[in-house]
Write a protein that binds this ligand. Structure first.
Ligand code: AMP
Length: 299
């Protein structure tokens, strides 16, 4: 089943202790779409400027991603600059240039309006709500956000969250949103804001899933080489949602499996800068890591 993904497409400049890259392909929707496309067809909605390299458009087209909803506008593409220190889990934002996103009004093409799976990837929460107003009867609405919006658009974000079924945040964002520290309390507070299911991403330490009375705790997949964590959260979301859309089911077992798939997809992203490694991930490389993950966690 197709997934509608709305979020940022970006040119990222990233520095980590292991290297740096300038103005490479990034953006919340980009990572999520490429990740989800391994499982289900994706319809992408977003905006780029005239400076967005054509080779990146071609890359997205080559995946199972429909770009009818991608607008190319006069002006510059969204740019994000970030840095990681030896704590690879927290990015420090050095600058955010909204550029064409500043005046962007999402227009959902007619053929996308029946989408059953909708992912509001990290983007201004006002735009996230505008998307929901145009979608007819989604089965599941997923949402991600970040410290920038939690701090600057809190009221709007809380309004958007009332319409969300599954909220995915990293631990620091979840604490910032709820004002709680302990993860059980954080999850409880998140669920009171609207979403019935919450996923808290713990970076290299794994992920937590809270739904109803159930809690699932998955450790991080042990990787030998981590180069750049940018996009790991969005990639996780893409794999998680892609798996749910593929199975078309929603129960504890499938949700847990989706967390595992999200985690595995994120491992590809962190192994190289930008989408370099994620882009090359195939079903057999995912299945190989699934087996390794089972061996790693069984007791
Ligand atoms: P992640 O590492 O998964 O949290 O997401 C990293 C991606 O988020 C980068 O590729 C950025 O381009 C994008 N990003 C950073 N800041 C923002 C923002 N304020 N709004 C939308 N996307 C953003």
């Amino acid at each position: 089943m197709s997934i509608l993904i709305v979020g940022s497409l970006a040119l990222d400049s990233v520095k980590t202790p292991l290297g740096k890259r300038k103005e490479v392909l990034g953006g919340s929707a980009t990572y999520a779409a490429v990740s989800a496309s391994l499982y289900s067809p994706v319809n992408l909605v977003g905006v780029v400027g005239k400076d967005f390299p054509k080779k990146y458009i071609k890359m997205l087209e080559k995946k199972n991603i429909d770009l009818q909803g991608l607008e190319v506008q006069k002006g510059k593409t969204f740019r994000w600059k970030g840095e990681y220190t030896w704590n690879f889990n927290d990015a420090k934002t050095l600058s955010t240039e909204l550029n064409v996103f500043a005046k962007f009004k999402p227009h959902i093409p007619e053929s996308y309006r029946d989408s059953k799976y909708v992912f509001l990837a990290n983007i201004d929460p006002a735009l996230q709500e505008e998307v929901l107003e145009q979608v007819k009867k989604p089965k599941l609405v997923f949402c991600d956000t970040m410290n920038h919006w939690i701090a600057s658009k809190r009221k709007q974000l809380l309004k958007t969250l009332k319409k969300v079924d599954i909220l995915l945040l990293n631990d620091a964002e979840a604490r910032q949103l709820t004002g709680e520290v302990n993860m059980i309390k954080v999850a409880r507070a998140m669920r009171k804001l609207g979403p019935k299911t919450v996923v808290i991403k713990l970076g290299e330490h794994g992920a937590l899933l809270f739904t109803g009375k159930h809690v699932f705790c998955l450790p991080g997949f042990l990787l030998e080489s981590v180069v750049d964590p940018t996009g790991a959260g969005d990639t996780f979301a893409g794999g998680f949602i892609g798996y749910l859309a593929k199975t078309k089911k929603l129960n504890q077992k499938v949700l847990r499996e989706a967390v595992v798939h999200g985690s595995i997809m994120a491992t590809f992203t962190v192994e190289d800068f930008s989408l370099n490694k994620l882009y090359k991930a195939r079903k057999n490389s995912v299945n190989k890591r699934l087996k390794e993950f089972k061996r790693l966690t069984v007791f």
